[in-house]
Design a protein around this ligand. Structure first.
Ligand code: ADP
Ligand code: MG
Length: 729
C-alpha cells in the first residue's frame, strides 16, 4: 500500500475546522497594527507628523533630524504593542517579499545600559547582505552592495512581533533592484502628466493618484495532501495526474457555500488583514473546485501593491494554522480553471474625481472621454509591452489556454461606448460650428451617464476591459507582483497623456482652436488610430486569433517570446523619457526574468523526470509483476487454455510496458535537451531552448504517466490523485 498518499488522505479526512475567535468589529480593529494617521498623531511631535504628511502628499524629503523623531515615535508605538524587532521590508525581484530582522535591543560594549533603540538612520536606510538577490548583472558591473531606503508613502506595520518598514531596494549606484522603485517613479510620471491634462478641465487639480483594486484568486489544498505530492512542493503545480471524473463541469462550486474549514481560514485571514490595514471586502468560491477569491476595497496603487504582496505572505502563514497550503500558481491543475489576479485600475484627482467615471456635465464627460480614449490609445501603442509585463512561465499556462484572457492584448469597452466613439469620429476637422458644439454637448458627450448605467455586458474573455468606472486588466497572473503590470500600465498612459497635451497645445497655439475644439480634434484622430485594439467578441475563439493577426496585434504565447518587447527600442525610450528606468535597469530586468523562466522550467523538468522514473515507473512495474504472477497462476491451473483466460491481463502487461518505455525514452530525451540548453551562455537563447526544446516533453511524459494512472491498481498508486486533491474537504 502506498503509505504517504493514504496517510495524507486519512489525516485530511480527520481534520476539524480550526476555531477562530472574533476579535471585534472590523471598523474598530482596522489598521490597529499600522502606524497610520491615528497612531502618528499620538506618537509623533507635530513637526514630525507634518514631515511625514508632506512626504506622502507632496513628495517632500524628510529632514534627517526629523527622521530621528519619527523613528523614536514609531519605536514607542511599536513597544506598546510588544514589538521586539524591526525590519526593512522590501520586494526584490524574486517575487517574494524580503525581510531581515534586527532587535531594538542594544547595550554598551561592556554589556551595560541595555536599552531599546531605533534612530533615524536605522529607519531611513539599511544595507542588507543582498548578494543573493537577482540583479541582472547590475551589481557585478558596479558594486556588490545593495541598500534599502524608507518609503514613507507606505506606512510601517507590525507583523507578529516585528515592526516592518516598507522600503525600496537599490544598488550602490542607485539602480532599482526591486519592484517598488520603478513603480514609484511611474506613479510620479503619471501624476505629473495627468495633472497637466486635468488642468484643461479644472485648474484646481494638483495631484492625480492611480488607484488599484486587485482580486486575488487562489487554491487551497490540505497540507498533508500537498506534502504528498513532490511536484506541488517543488513547483507549486501538479506536473502529472489524470483529470478527475468529476471536474468543474457542473460549476457547482462557483459562488457555492464555502466549506467550514475554508470559511474559518478566510475569517482568520480577514482578521489579520484588518489588523494590518488591508481593506479586504469580498470572499467567495471560484469556478474550480477548491478555488477561491479575495478582493479588497481599492487603494492608492503603491499601497495596494504592498498590501497584495503582504497579503500573499499572510495567506500562507494563516494557512499553516488551518493545515492548508495556498497555491498561487496560475495553473496548478490540468483541465481545471487557473487563477489570475485582476487589476482594476483608475485615476483619482485630489479634488475627489474618478477620471474614468463619467460625470454629470458635458465638460466632465469630455474629461472622462479624454482619459478613456488616451488609455485605449496607450494600450494600442504599447500592447506588446503590456503583454510582456505579465509574462511568466506559470502565466503561460493561462494566457491563450481558452479560459483566461488570450495572449493577445485587446480592449473591451461595450456597445454604448463604442457608439459614442463612432459619433466622435465624425467630428469636423479644425474649428467646430456652434451647432456642432451644441449637438456634441447634448447628444454625444452629454448622454454618456445614462448610457453607461445599462452597459452591463461584461466580456470575461477580454484581457483589458472597461467596467463602468475603471479598466480591469485581467491577464495578470495570480502569483505575480502587481507592480510589474502597474509600472507598465501607468508608464504607457503617462507617456500617452504627455503626448496628448503636447498635441492639444499645438492645435490651440498654432491653429488658433479653442481648448475643447482642440481636444475633440485630437481625440477624433486617436479614435481612428486605435481601432485595431478594440475587440468586443469572444477572445477565446480561433477566429479572433486570425483577425488579430490581420490587425497586426501581437500574439506571443510564450514568455521568452513575449519578454522581448521589454527591451525594444520603443520600451527603453519610454522608460527613459519618463525616468522610470534607465536602459541598464530595463536590460537587467529582462535578464532576470529570462533567468527566472529558465530556472522554473529547469526545475519542473527535473522534478517531472524524477517523479516519472522514481514513482510512476516503479509503481507500474510493481503492478505489472502482480499481473505476471496472476498470468503465471492461470497458466498453472488452466494449462494451454490460459491464453484465452488471461487475455486481458496479458494485454495490460503489454500496455504497461509501452507506457514505461514511453516514459523512459522521453525522460531520456528531455534530459539530453536540458544538458544541451545548459551549455548555452546567452540568457535569451537558454530560455528559448528551455521553452522550445525541453518543455514540449512535459506533455508527452505526462501522457504516458496519466495513462498508467488509469491502468494501475488504485491501492498501490503512490501519487495523490486529482479527485483527492480537489475534492477532499
Ligand atoms: P464587481 O466587478 O464585482 O462589480 P466592483 O466593480 O465593485 O465589483 O469592483 C471590483 C474590484 O474593482 C474591487 O476590487 C474594487 O476594489 C475595484 N475597484 C472599484 N473601483 C475602483 C477604482 N476606481 N479604481 C481601482 N479599483 C477599483
Ligand atoms: Mg474581476
Amino acid at each position: 500500500m502506498s503509505t504517504i498518499r493514504f496517510q495524507a488522505l486519512k489525516e485530511t479526512l480527520g481534520r476539524k475546522p480550526v476555531k477562530v475567535e472574533e476579535i471585534g468589529k472590523k471598523s474598530e480593529i482596522f489598521g490597529t497594527n499600522v502606524f497610520n494617521d491615528k497612531s502618528m498623531r499620538k506618537f509623533l511631535t507635530p513637526d514630525a507628523y507634518k514631515a511625514v504628511k508632506n512626504a506622502v502628499q507632496h513628495g517632500i524629503k524628510i529632514d534627517r533630524k526629523l527622521a530621528d523623531y519619527i523613528a523614536m515615535g514609531m519605536k514607542e508605538w511599536a513597544l506598546t504593542k510588544g514589538v521586539t524587532h524591526y525590519t526593512h521590508w522590501f520586494q526584490p525581484l524574486t517575487g517574494a517579499t524580503a525581510e531581515k530582522h534586527d532587535a531594538f535591543f542594544e547595550t554598551s560594549f561592556d554589556g551595560s545600559d541595555p536599552v531599546e533603540k531605533f534612530g533615524g538612520d536605522q529607519l531611513a536606510q539599511q544595507e542588507p547582505d543582498a548578494s543573493s538577490f537577482p540583479n541582472g548583472g547590475i551589481r557585478n558591473t558596479f558594486e556588490a552592495r545593495g541598500y534599502t531606503a524608507w518609503d514613507p508613502t507606505s506606512p510601517a506595520f507590525i507583523y507578529g512581533t516585528t515592526l516592518c518598514i516598507p522600503t525600496v531596494f537599490v544598488s550602490y549606484t542607485g539602480e532599482a533592484l526591486d519592484y517598488k522603485t520603478p513603480l514609484l517613479r511611474a506613479l510620479h510620471a503619471i501624476d505629473e502628466a495627468a495633472t497637466e491634462v486635468c488642468k484643461y478641465f479644472d485648474k484646481n487639480v494638483k495631484k492625480v493618484t492611480p488607484t488599484l483594486g486587485w482580486e486575488q484568486e487562489y487554491f487551497l489544498i490540505d497540507t498533508a495532501l500537498a506534502n504528498s505530492r513532490p511536484d506541488i512542493l517543488a513547483t507549486g503545480r501538479t506536473l502529472l495526474g489524470h483529470t478527475s471524473a468529476k471536474g468543474q463541469q457542473l460549476e457547482d462550486h462557483y459562488f457555492g457555500s464555502i466549506p467550514t474549514r475554508v470559511l474559518n481560514y478566510m475569517r482568520d485571514l480577514e482578521n489579520e488583514c484588518m489588523l494590518l490595514g488591508i481593506p479586504v471586502k469580498t470572499r467567495h468560491n471560484e469556478v474550480a473546485p477548491n478555488q477561491f477569491e479575495l478582493a479588497p476595497i481599492f487603494e492608492e496603487t503603491n499601497l495596494a501593491v504592498d498590501h497584495n504582496s503582504l497579503l500573499m505572505d499572510v495567506m500562507q502563514k494563516v494557512a499553516e494554522r488551518h493545515e492548508f497550503r495556498v497555491l498561487f500558481h496560475e495553473k496548478p491543475f490540468k483541465g481545471v480553471n487557473g487563477s489570475g489576479k485582476h487589476n482594476n485600475w483608475s485615476l483619482a484627482t485630489d479634488t475627489g474625481i474618478n477620471l474614468l467615471s463619467p460625470g454629470k456635465t458635458p465638460m466632465s464627460n469630455l474629461q472622462f472621454l479624454t482619459f478613456f480614449i488616451n488609455t485605449i490609445k496607450a494600450v494600442n501603442v504599447y500592447e506588446e509591452l503590456l503583454r510582456a509585463a505579465i509574462a511568466s512561465a506559470s502565466n503561460d499556462h493561462r494566457l491563450g489556454a481558452n479560459e483566461a484572457p488570450p495572449a493577445i492584448i485587446s480592449v473591451f469597452i461595450g456597445q454604448q461606448l463604442t457608439k459614442v466613439l463612432e459619433e466622435l469620429e465624425g467630428v469636423s476637422t479644425g474649428k467646430l460650428s456652434p451647432e456642432e458644439k451644441t449637438d456634441l454637448k447634448l447628444n454625444v458627450v452629454g448622454k454618456i451617464p445614462d448610457v453607461l448605467l445599462d452597459n452591463t455586458d461584461r466580456n470575461r474573455t477580454s484581457p483589458f476591459a472597461f467596467t463602468g468606472n475603471k479598466f480591469e486588466f485581467r491577464a495578470v497572473g495570480s502569483s505575480a507582483n502587481c507592480a510589474n503590470a502597474m509600472t507598465t500600465l501607468n508608464s504607457i498612459v503617462a507617456k500617452q497623456l504627455k503626448d496628448f497635451k503636447a498635441e492639444v497645445d499645438t492645435l490651440i497655439e498654432k491653429n488658433d482652436l479653442k481648448k475643447d475644439e482642440a481636444i475633440f480634434n485630437v481625440l477624433r484622430e486617436y479614435i481612428k488610430q486605435t481601432k485595431a485594439i478594440l475587440f468586443e467578441g469572444d477572445g477565446y475563439s480561433e477566429a479572433w486569433e486570425k483577425e488579430a493577426k490581420k490587425r497586426g496585434l501581437s500574439n506571443h504565447k510564450t514568455t521568452p517570446e513575449a519578454l522581448k518587447a521589454k527591451v525594444s527600442k520603443k520600451a527603453i525610450a519610454l522608460f527613459e523619457e519618463l525616468n522610470v528606468m534607465n536602459h541598464v535597469e530595463v536590460e537587467a530586468r529582462y535578464e532576470i526574468e529570462l533567468e527566472e523562466y529558465t530556472k522554473k522550467i529547469q526545475i519542473e523538468g527535473r522534478v517531472l523526470g524524477d517523479i516519472a522514473r522514481n514513482h510512476v515507473v516503479p509503481t507500474a512495474i510493481r503492478y505489472q509483476n502482480i499481473l505476471i504472477e496472476n498470468v503465471r497462476g492461470l497458466k498453472e491451473i488452466f494449462g494451454k487454455d490460459f491464453e484465452k483466460i488471461a487475455k486481458e491481463q496479458i494485454s495490460l502487461i503489454k500496455e504497461i510496458s509501452e507506457h514505461i518505455e514511453g516514459i523512459n525514452l522521453k525522460v531520456g530525451k528531455m534530459t539530453e535537451e536540458r544538458k544541451k540548453a545548459n551549455t548555452l551562455t546567452n540568457a535569451e537563447k537558454m530560455a528559448a531552448a528551455y521553452c522550445d526544446k525541453v518543455k514540449p516533453f512535459f506533455e508527452e511524459i505526462r501522457y504516458h504517466s496519466d495513462k498508467l494512472e488509469l491502468l494501475v491498481d488504485d491501492e498501490i498508486w503512490t501519487l495523490t490523485k486529482y479527485r483527492e486533491l480537489l475534492f477532499t474537504k
